[in-house]
Design a protein around this ligand. Structure first.
Ligand SMILES: [Fe+2]
Length: 390
């Protein structure tokens, strides 16, 4: 049975090693005035960057570069928009991790408006963005956030009144996602591990989401199988091209599945914790994925409220284990066991390492949104999950 679904737009995707060389031609098609955003460990110092700059110059493309040294805040976006608003930028290109991609997405969206971005943030501002933007090309150098295929940019302000919220519009889905797995070769093993766990949690949450469709399920399972085959290899040997490509592919798919099926409780925690504490997004997702999924499975087995979700865990347990002869309960728990051993093996830090205390947990649990989670928990139950990962 194929139920109704909507597939939002997907960027034009160029995937493959060496695809970065196509960038100058892609830029030129939009115009001659380019703004490039890069990360802190600047891509600009690499050999690939030298080649890119030579190619841009030979095509007579004017370009400016700006660093994105940390997760983007509304202030960072407003400053960049102010700086470039009179410069007739024809295309914005982000080359970097999720923060750089999100920053570029927000700058391309706010350049035509020139107003404070905070007013347009979900749950923070009151205004609705009309969707007009400068063309945007996303070039990820990590494999995890999937921002190259999503229509939202996550901006944050940390502190007691902090938030981590999205600027969102279907038009903000990048015009082009240029996914060159070679660009991820320089990621450290911890970066690879936490980004990979982010992609894994995004794929799993959209697979189990109350908004899923047959199409997003197929893409999510495809992504999860690539995480299974590639994540540990990419972490243990960063130069393994097959593993790197597998993770870049999984990440790109996760952006499509979350855009169309949404997320669950792990990402609910990522918003509520991320607004208060400066903890990398991938660490929050990776460290909580095991406890959250175990709690969901236990609830699904205890109460027959969502048989479709339980069926999915069983199906996934069979796929991940490559076997068929065990009991349904075994297969459901196989998923949680697999995640927990991965968290252990990849040495994903727990939240206490970043100074999160038991005192802060109540406020976090109270403000956590379940998003499209298949099961809803009480505040006490949410607190228990957090305590287990302190
Ligand atoms: Fe995420």
């Amino acid at each position: 049975m194929v139920n109704d679904f909507v597939l939002n737009r997907v960027p034009r995707i160029l995937f493959g090693n060496g695809k970065l060389s196509a960038l100058p031609g892609l830029v030129k098609a939009f115009g001659d005035n380019l703004l490039i955003l890069t990360g802190r460990k600047s891509f600009l110092k690499s050999k690939q960057a030298d080649e890119l700059i030579d190619a841009l110059k030979s095509k007579k493309i004017n370009f400016s570069t700006e660093p994105v040294p940390h997760e983007p805040s509304p202030r960072m976006i407003d400053d960049l928009v102010r700086k470039y608003s009179g410069k007739a930028i024809s295309v914005v290109v982000s080359i970097g991790g999720g923060s750089v991609l999100d920053a570029g997405k927000a700058v391309s969206a706010m350049l035509p408006l020139g107003e404070p971005v905070k007013e347009y943030l979900e749950g923070v501002g009151t205004r609705k963005h009309p969707g007009a933007k400068i063309p945007f090309i996303a070039v990820p150098t990590t494999a995890g956030t999937g921002s190259e295929t999503t229509g939202n940019s996550v901006l944050s302000e940390t502190g007691p009144e902090g938030f981590k919220r999205s600027l969102r519009h279907e038009n903000f889905i990048p015009d082009i996602a240029l996914v060159d797995p070679e660009l991820t070769l320089s990621c450290t093993s911890m970066q690879t591990a936490i980004s990979g766990m982010d992609a894994f949690s995004q794929l799993l949450e959209s697979f189990l989401s109350t908004r899923c469709s047959k199409l997003t399920d197929a893409l999510a399972l495809e992504g999860i199988l690539h995480v299974r085959n590639s994540l540990k290899k990419a972490v243990s040997n960063g130069n393994d091209p097959e593993a790197r490509a597998g993770m870049s592919y999984a990440s790109m798919l996760s952006g499509i599945t979350i855009t169309n099926a949404g997320l669950g409780l792990v990402h609910g925690f990522a918003s509520s914790i991320g607004g208060r504490k400066d903890i990398p997004h991938g660490v929050i997702c990776g460290t909580l994925m095991g406890v959250v999924n175990r709690a969901i499975i236990e609830r699904l087995l205890k109460e027959d409220t969502n048989p479709a979700a339980l069926e999915k865990y069983i199906r996934l347990g069979k796929l991940l284990s490559g076997t068929e002869e065990r009991s349904d309960v075994d297969y459901a728990f196989y998923v949680a066991n697999t995640i927990e051993s991965l968290v252990e093996e990849l040495k994903i830090p727990s939240l206490g390492n970043y100074g999160l205390t038991e005192e802060e947990i109540t406020a976090i649990a109270r403000s956590t949104d379940h998003k499209n989670n298949p099961v809803v928990f009480t505040t006490e139950e949410l607190k228990d999950m957090l305590v287990k990962r302190l």
